[in-house]
Design a protein around this ligand. Sequence first.
Ligand code: DAT
Ligand code: MG
Length: 151
Amino acid sequence: QKMEETYIMIKPDGVQRGLVGEIISRFEKKGFKMTGLKLFKCPQELAEEHYKDLNSKPFFPKLIGYITSGPVVCMAWEGDGVVASARKLIGATNPLQAEPGTIRGDLAVQTGRNVVHGSDSPENGKREIALWFKEGELCEWTPAQAPWLLE
Ligand code: DAT
Ligand code: MG
């Protein structure tokens, strides 16, 4: 049985602001395993599919415009409880409400520029990874630190 996985994406503001290393670092240091990574310009249709549950919201057009406005960093991360834990590391949707110590709490101020995405359930983790990554883009590997993280 495969470990839980989540789709994490650094949004265009995170890339433009030079926060890529900082954000990846948080997940790396926590001890999760990266299984996919790419810099990517997101086409309109993919952005719309990714956020389809929000397509009736008034902010939807702006959200799609923002996500497609520049390159994003697409990531797949794996680990026990990674979905909920990544959401905690990321912090609340509105960065002003996000706790200090979280990515959004430390690095952002507006909901419309909240620098990072994380899947909200294991099902959506799978769905989003399949949506953003092609066959052969994911990497199965065992980190050398595994025995020092997992007993
Ligand atoms: P999250 O990204 O924390 O999972 P979400 O799935 O509810 O939040 O919404 C997806 C993104 O849509 C969110 O990161 C920013 C944008 N968004 C959500 N609510 C918004 C609002 N009320 N006004 C403007 N943008 C919003
Ligand atoms: Mg969400």
